[in-house]
Every structure is written in structure tokens, then in C-alpha cells.
Design a protein around this ligand. Structure first.
Ligand code: FRU
Length: 491
């Protein structure tokens, strides 16, 4: 269906309860629906927001347009967990209901302050001529999950920054509050990160300047920045739009990248010892707007939107779209970010249904299911194709092509891409050490694949769409590999 602007921005209270129930049922009954990842209760999901720990629980919110598979009037939907794996919906937390967020409660972050959680987000306001003003807004969530918005904006864009000024990450450093935001220079239309500061959080925010974190031009806008500490080093994760491919080679419409540093100088808005060149966070097809934060014990966790702006997906005609990745624990080794599943992911394994294989293997399972985890080591000096979610004749499958002599790995979704942005290619490749064993941990959830390579040195995340009856998991010939295939439970 074609959406008009009026339909996309219709106030929530003008939709009927029945309409919402029907949309929820449609999303729930979709064969491609995910069963152990955060997915939209109805309609469209995009960025993770407010990823935090508060009141003995993990919290994550997501950008939601509950009324269909389109980017309409956005709100924050609240999910809560005690183990970072089993998430429970707590309903809408922030809805667009005042002048400042009239056209969307856009992305932002959350942080415990005292005994409440402070939500900081961008209010998207448009006037009658559709001119936009981005307001940075605040709200408190108490221990009963009741949210109360601040009455006045914290700050808005200064003159030298265009209407593209959003996605604040709230940080605390040496008794002061800081907000890191994506920004566009009003004159040059270049993408930047902006740092703002306040002593008391709810008023008196000051411009701390544009952040010096890379010498390269960052396209025309940066979205969804995060400054985190990973193994004692500062890391900035961000989404530059319009980044030149000669700076960072990427294949998706927009990349999600990171830089590392030695020290973040808040007073001068500078990442000292920056690794300079942004590196792709994920080597697959569909990761964007990753949100990361440091837990109370210091561990850095990330969760990603599995979906891309300006991209349509095959389930759009079923009225729902997109999902979040699983939570990934972050570590740094030799300046490179490693991403690994959290320990509680193993709780999803149905130990009874495990298939163990070793040495010369061709067929791992005729019926591997669409909700499974494959943990496997392929011995060095072999080449072949691993077919996932394959039809019996292997004509349709998600392929993992490997060569452990040369050290290459390619994910090929040509036969299961079903019109997903094929102009950006249907394969993604990475380079690995040659003559080495290849360790894989692959998660399938009906239409989502997350492929962790060599203990998280790389992750390739992607959507795939195939007949759910296509469940074969096998190599194209006998391969020396050992591993276990687990069925996974619903969350
Ligand atoms: C990124 C983004 C953010 C914005 C939000 C709106 O996907 O465009 O910059 O806050 O989505 O939903």
C-alpha cells in the first residue's frame, strides 16, 4: 500500500483499538516472524533506544510506528529483561503527544540518575510548512515504569547546525552531564558529532563544540552516535551517511562504523589517539543504528537495528517490518572490536534436540528447523559451501562460502534475498587468516541470520526470506568439521 503523509502522521488516538489488534495478530502469525529476537509487536521497528540497566533489570526501547510497515509517527516501545535474552514488552513509553515531539519521539538514550531512569531523546517537530525543528528532550521513568516528560526542551539546534541534529547519548563524566549527538553543518552540509554539556541535567545545557574524532569528512550526516569504554579504551560507534567509499569500504546503503581511541577529552571534545578510519561494525547486509552502553560492571553491550533506512523488506506487505539483533558483548583485541553473544543465549538451547557431528560431514541436518544455532569449527585448508535454510535440491539457500586455505568467507543471499536492495549486491565477503581453522557460531531465527566468526572477530548479520519448509543444513561436499546444532526455544 502507498502511504500518504496524512496517514503516516495520523495521531495515535485516531487509530482504533481493533486496527491495532489486527496488526498485532498479523505480525504474530507471520511465518517469517522472529521467535527469539526483539521484533515489532506491530508495524515497523527501527533504532534501539535507551539501552540501560535500571531497577534490577535491563531495558531497551525501540523506535516504533505501530500502525504499519512504514516510517510514520514514531514512539518508544519499552522492553525489559533480567538476562539480556528473554525480553518482555512493557508497552509504549514515549509517544508523540506535545508540541516538541509532535512528529515523532525520535532516538535517544537512557541513564540511571538517582533512583530514576532519565530518557533523553529528540523531539521531531514540523510546522505547517513541514519545516523541521529538532528539540532535545528529557523524561523521567520511575521504578514502576511510569514516564513523565519534562515540560521544556533541554536545548535545540544552534544556528550553525541544520535541522539534522538528533539521537543524543547521555553521558556522565566527573560530575557533569554530556550529550553526544549527530549533527549536520548548516552551511557546508557535512556530517559531524556534537557534544553538549550541563551541570544539572534538566537545564543549562551548553554547546561543547563539534567532536574531533577523525580527520576524514563524514558525509552529509551522522546518526546514532555512542561513546563507550571497551576494555578501558574509548570507542565511538556511529552511522555516517554519504561517507566516501575510499575512506571506508562498505556495501550497504549507509554503514554502521566505529573508531577507537586512547582517551576521550570531554573538555575539548576530542578523541585522542583516534584510529581515524571508521571500520565496519558488522560485515553483513542489514545492521544500522547500533546502540551500545557500559553496564554497571563496566561491560560494554551493543544491540543493533537489523534493517536499513530507505530500504524495503519482503514482509512489508504483511504490515510489519524489521527486528533487533541479539545483544552483543564487546571487547577490544589489538584495536579491533570483537562482538560475542551474551552467556544467557545458551539458555535458549534445547539440549535434547542437539545434533553432534565430527570429521567428514556433508549433511548436518535434513530438517535443521528455522530456529537454531550451529556451533562449528571447520578445519584449516578446505574450501566449500555451507547451505543454510536450504531447499532439498539446494537450489535455494543462504550460502556461507569458505576457504580456510586462503582465509576467505562470503555470505551469499542471492537465492533468498527476495528483492531486498539487490542493487547493493547479494554477497558480502571478509578476509580471515589463511591456513587456519574457522570457528562459526550461526543463529537462524526464521528470517534473520547472525553469523559470528572466530569468536566474534567478525559478525555478519542479515535478513533472508525463504519458504519456511526449506530447512536443510549441509555442505556441498564432505568437509572436515566438528560441531553441534541446537534447536532454540522461543523467548
Ligand atoms: C536512524 C534514525 C535516527 C532518528 C530515527 C527516527 O535510523 O533516522 O536518526 O532519530 O531513525 O526514527
Amino acid at each position: 500500500m502507498e502511504w500518504t503523509r496524512e496517514q503516516r502522521y495520523l495521531p495515535y488516538d485516531q487509530h482504533s483499538a481493533l486496527e491495532l489488534l489486527e496488526l498485532q495478530a498479523a505480525a504474530d502469525n507471520s511465518p517469517e516472524q522472529l521467535r527469539y529476537h526483539i521484533r515489532p509487536e506491530s508495524g515497523l521497528l527501527n533504532d534501539p533506544n535507551g539501552f540501560s540497566y535500571f531497577n534490577h533489570a535491563w531495558h531497551v526501547f525501540y523506535q516504533s510506528f505501530p500502525f504499519g510497515a512504514t516510517h510514520g509517527l514514531k514512539s518508544w516501545m519499552h522492553m525489559q529483561s533480567t538476562d539480556l535474552v528473554h525480553w518482555h514488552s512493557r508497552g509504549l513509553a514515549l509517544t508523540p503527544d506535545n508540541e516538541y515531539d509532535s512528529h515523532g519521539a525520535y532516538s535517544g538514550s537512557a541513564k540511571q540518575i538517582g533512583d530514576r531512569l532519565f530518557l533523553m531523546y529528540t523531539g521531531n517537530h514540523r510546522d505547517a510548512n513541514w519545516n523541521r525543528t529538532p528539540y532535545q528532550l528529557g523524561a523521567w521513568m520511575d521504578q514502576k515504569n511510569q514516564v513523565t516528560k519534562l515540560e521544556q526542551p533541554l536545548f535545540r539546534n544552534p544556528n550553525y547546525i541544520s535541522e539534522h541534529f538528533r539521537d543524543p547519548q547521555l553521558l556522565e563524566h566527573n560530575g557533569k552531564y554530556y550529550a553526544l549527538l549527530g549533527a549536520q553543518d548548516a552551511k557546508t552540509e557535512e556530517g559531524h558529532l556534537a557534544l553538549w554539556t550541563s551541570d544539572d541535567l534538566t537545564s543549562g545545557w551548553h554547546d561543547g563544540g563539534l567532536v574531533d574524532f577523525t580527520p576524514y569528512p563524514m558525509g552529509y550526516m551522522i546518526e546514532c552516535p555512542n561513546l563507550i569504554t571497551v576494555d578501558d579504551q574509548p570507542v565511538i560507534i556511529f552511522c555516517p551517511q554519504g561517507l566516501e567509499k575510499k575512506i571506508t569500504d562498505y556495501a550497504n546503503i549507509y554503514p554502521n562504523t566505529y573508531v577507537t581511541g586512547e582517551h576521550f577529552d570531554f573538555a575539548n571534545a576530542r578523541l585522542e589517539g583516534s584510529s581515524q578510519v571508521p571500520v565496519n561494525l558488522d560485515d553483513g547486509f542489514d545492521v544500522y543504528a547500533t546502540q551500545a552502553f557500559n553496564a554497571p560492571d563496566g561491560t560494554a553491550y551493543a544491540i543493533s537495528w537489523v534493517g536499513l533506512p530507505d530500504t524495503s523488506y519482503p514482509t512489508d506487505n504483511q504490515t510489519w517490518a524489521n527486528c533487533l539483533s541479539q545483544v552483543k558483548a564487546l571487547h577490544l583485541k589489538d584495536g579491533h572490536l570483537y562482538q560475542q553473544p551474551v552467556p544467557a543465549m545458551k539458555k535458549l538451547r534445547d539440549e535434547k534436540g542437539a545434533t553432534v557431528f565430527s570429521d567428514e560431514t556433508q549433511v548436518i541436518a535434513q530438517r535443521a528447523g528455522q530456529q537454531c544455532e550451529l556451533e562449528m569449527t571447520i578445519t584449516n585448508d578446505q574450501a566449500g559451501i555451507l547451505h543454510l535454510a536450504a531447499s532439498d535440491d539446494l537450489q535455494t539457500s543462504l550460502q556461507v562460502q569458505f576457504d580456510t586455505t586462503k582465509g576467505t568467507l562470503t555470505v551469499d543471499r542471492t537465492t533468498v534475498s527476495q528483492g531486498m536492495d539487490e542493487k547493493f549486491g547479494t554477497t558480502r565477503s571478509i578476509k580471515l587468516p589463511g591456513h587456519a581453522d574457522l570457528k562459526l557460531r550461526i543463529f537462524l531465527d526464521h528470517s534473520l541470520a547472525e553469523i559470528f566468526v572466530n569468536d566474534g572477530a567478525h559478525v555478519l548479520t542479515l535478513r533472508y526470506f525463504t519458504d519456511q519448509a526449506n530447512q536443510q543444513m549441509s555442505f556441498n561436499h564432505s568437509v572436515n568439521a566438528t560441531g553441534t546444532l541446537y534447536q532454540l526455544k522461543n523467548i
